[in-house]
Design a protein around this ligand. Structure first.
Ligand code: HEM
Length: 385
């Protein structure tokens, strides 16, 4: 598609697929033409009984992902204040502790299913800790997070939609109470930071906005980071020469992570809607057209990444990938995700210096989704240090 129809209108579906690196940059760089104001998923129909459940909670609203400047800019500035580099850096010691605790549970076995025993737990526990959710509430927190993500892939049935709607309301009640508690008893956590985020001349966030933003952190942050950790490990064990380079020189871990984001982009693409008629290359885009902007394809564009299908932990420009998007909506959690993945691999590769695929157990199946790319399972055998 990148070679013969880089801006391709899907027959029947009507939307355009944008697949070249430079064209994706162009679309993401022009939010005044290509709007984010629509649901990121594929199936946007919501049935009445699902709506009925959702009507018991705060109304849905556009905050970050599905908003455009200048309204988006207010949310972004306030959330940036809460999600500061300082806040992310303070999480590192706890992150190392969580990483080691997860590894302690399987290190004696010499084998692990990395997705369920490690890659899910790490981001979930880190964000729960950052928000100030106690361990005793983790099962609920995990369910809310899973149900939040399930809604965006566009591939769930009606019964699951009902469950997800119930979850969303439970989540709102829970965090509404936590926000209320922090008004009189502030804590050193992200929830308090959101509550207290202030900027000159900008209206602070209200409760409905904060709930929506916290929900979006779960949707955008957990499964994506899980998928990054699992696919980076898959790439390493399937490319033993690259694994050896990283083990011999752990300073390559950050670039290895960028290379994994490039090759196995956890967010394969998202949608935009044309607010005005325009052109991309020689293709006319009418006003109102929907565009699927395929970051994962841009990340394998030979014009930007020579020998693009090769996993090269020393690739000089790996970090220019589009795995975190670009422009106004560039992932607000990128620093957190990068840190989590770095801590994960520094610790895993130190404690398990010999890792290989468990024979006959891996089919490398991925979870069905048009948007997210994630390995279902990754069975490994290893020798501990
Ligand atoms: C490897 C992990 C991650 C990947 C691949 C990823 C990917 C992305 C991408 C591609 C976007 C851009 C969306 C667009 O173009 O419209 C985005 C935005 C966003 N991400 Fe991430 N993300 C990751 C981790 C996180 C984490 C850990 C958090 C928070 C805890 C987070 C929160 C967000 C939010 C709130 C936005 C919306 C920003 C805005 O619209 O201004 N993400 N992410």
């Amino acid at each position: 598609m990148r070679h013969s129809a880089p801006v391709y209108q899907v027959p029947g579906a009507g939307f355009f697929i944008v697949s070249r690196y430079a064209d994706i940059h162009h679309v993401l760089g022009h939010p005044e033409i290509f709007s984010s104001r629509q649901p990121p998923g594929v199936d946007t129909t919501v049935q009445d009984d699902v709506k009925e459940i959702l009507s018991q909670g705060y109304p849905p609203m556009d905050t970050l992902l599905t908003n455009d400047p200048p309204v988006h800019s207010r949310f972004r500035a306030l959330v940036n204040k809460a999600f500061s580099a300082r806040r992310v850096a303070t999480l590192e010691p706890k992150m190392r502790q969580i990483t080691n605790e997860l590894i302690d549970r399987f290190i004696g076995a010499g084998k692990v299913e990395l997705v369920s025993q490690f890659a899910i737990g790490l981001p979930l526990t880190v964000i729960a800790d950052a928000l100030g959710v106690p361990r005793s509430d983790m099962d609920d927190f995990k369910r809310w997070s899973d149900d939040a993500v399930a809604q965006i892939g566009g591939m769930i049935g009606h019964q699951r939609q009902l469950e997800c709607a119930h979850s969303q309301i439970e989540f709102q009640h829970y965090f509404e109470a936590r926000l209320e508690e922090r008004k009189s008893a502030p804590r050193d956590d992200l929830t308090t930071d959101l509550l207290n985020a202030r900027l000159d001349g900008i209206k602070p966030l209200d409760v409905a906005e904060m709930l929506n933003i916290i929900y979006q952190l779960l949707i955008a942050g957990n499964e994506t980071t899980t998928n990054l950790i699992a696919s980076a490990m898959m790439l390493l064990v399937r490319n033993p020469d690259q694994m050896r380079l990283v083990i011999e020189d752990p300073s390559l871990v950050p670039n290895m992570i960028e290379e994994a984001l490039r090759l196995e982009s956890p967010v394969q693409g998202l949608f935009r809607v044309a607010k005005a008629a325009s052109e991309i290359g020689d293709v006319k885009i009418p006003e109102g057209a929907r565009l699927a902007v395929m970051y994962a394809s841009g990340n394998r564009d030979e014009a930007e990444f020579p020998d693009a299908d090769r996993f090269d932990v020393r690739r000089a420009n790996a970090r220019t990938h589009l795995g975190f998007g670009q422009g106004e909506h560039f992932c607000i959690g990128a620093a957190l995700a990068r840190l989590e993945a770095r801590v994960a691999f520094e610790t895993l590769l130190t404690r398990m210096p010999v890792i290989r695929l468990a024979a006959g157990k891996n089919d490398f199946a991925h979870t069905p989704s048009f948007i997210l790319r994630g390995l279902r399972e990754l069975h490994l055998e290893f020798e501990a240090s």
